[in-house]
Design a binder for this molecule. Structure first.
Ligand SMILES: [Zn+2]
Length: 126
């Protein structure tokens, strides 16, 4: 019975330390993202971090095109395999309002979406 504990106790300790390290990593990432978000929403008028809220979001432009993506590595004597992807770029104009002083400002943001095109399956590029 005691030998069973002697074998498993170090494993439990190592697993606990590992789990704590993972949790610490998640916590640091969360704090970093929150600080980044607070700086992004800082008011240009009163300088308060994280006071701006998006009250309106408008689409300025959308661009959609088909691009190719490398799906296989080039090997000696073989050409690279390429796959088709549809790229959709959307540009937004976000209207922010400061919750402290009521100042309003706009900021542009962009979103890029890449979706593989299934009907034009992998083809070889010369
Ligand atoms: Zn403000």
């Amino acid at each position: 019975m005691s030998s069973w504990i002697q074998v498993f106790a170090p494993i439990v300790v190592i697993c606990t330390i590992f789990a704590l390290l993972v949790l610490f990593g998640i916590w640091v990432t969360y704090l970093g993202l929150r600080e980044w978000d607070r700086r992004k929403r800082a008011c240009p008028n009163c300088g308060r971090k994280g006071s701006g809220d998006v009250i309106e979001s408008d689409v300025i432009s959308t661009r959609s095109y088909v691009d190719t993506r490398q799906v296989g590595k080039a090997k000696l004597g073989r050409s690279t395999t390429w796959g088709a992807i549809r790229v959709t770029e959307t540009q937004y104009e976000d209207l922010y309002q400061c919750s402290i002083c009521g100042h309003r400002w706009t900021r542009e943001s962009a979103e890029v979406e890449r979706v593989p095109v299934s009907d034009t399956q992998y083809r070889e590029k010369p």
